[in-house]
Design a protein around this ligand. Sequence first.
Ligand SMILES: Nc1ncnc2c1ncn2[C@@H]1O[C@H](COP(=O)(O)OP(=O)(O)O)[C@@H](O)[C@H]1O
Ligand SMILES: [Mg+2]
Length: 150
Amino acid sequence: MLTICSKIVVPYDHSESSKKALKMAMNLAKQNEEIELNVVMVIQPQYPYGLPYAYAFSYEERVELGKSQFETSQHILDEVMEELQFLPNKTKTFLLEGSPAEVIVDFIKGNDVDLVVMGSRGLSGVKEMFLGSVSHHVVQRATCPILIVK
Ligand SMILES: Nc1ncnc2c1ncn2[C@@H]1O[C@H](COP(=O)(O)OP(=O)(O)O)[C@@H](O)[C@H]1O
Ligand SMILES: [Mg+2]
């Protein structure tokens, strides 16, 4: 196993699908404690629809919105880190900002990743397509094998 896989990355958005992916990745990592496991969460500043946000919100309000999103995500990742501590493996969590699909692909390309384990679905609730938009993009652009968990 180690010869083909020494670093596993789980893109995590706290959706049911990504929770399953995380469990699966933890089980894989348990096979060999030299496998490193990285969990990556990407936040993208979100503003309610309607008026362009620049008009609807003051600068201070936008800073506040960004901060609360950051704190919520950091809290989720802290909980993930607690779970990961039960593994003997080296584990890390990353909170990154930007367009999730692009940031995840850049992370994979820049970090010598051997395997990505991610969910087929996320938080959007759009279910017409076989894959969610982020998983679709990552499958097309990533440079390593990807395990999609349903
Ligand atoms: N912001 C994000 N940060 C990290 N991983 C993400 C993010 N959004 C989605 N993912 C990963 O992509 C999987 C599929 O989600 P996504 O493609 O966004 O589906 P949907 O379109 O249903 O929201 C998730 O289970 C998770 O593994
Ligand atoms: Mg999504």
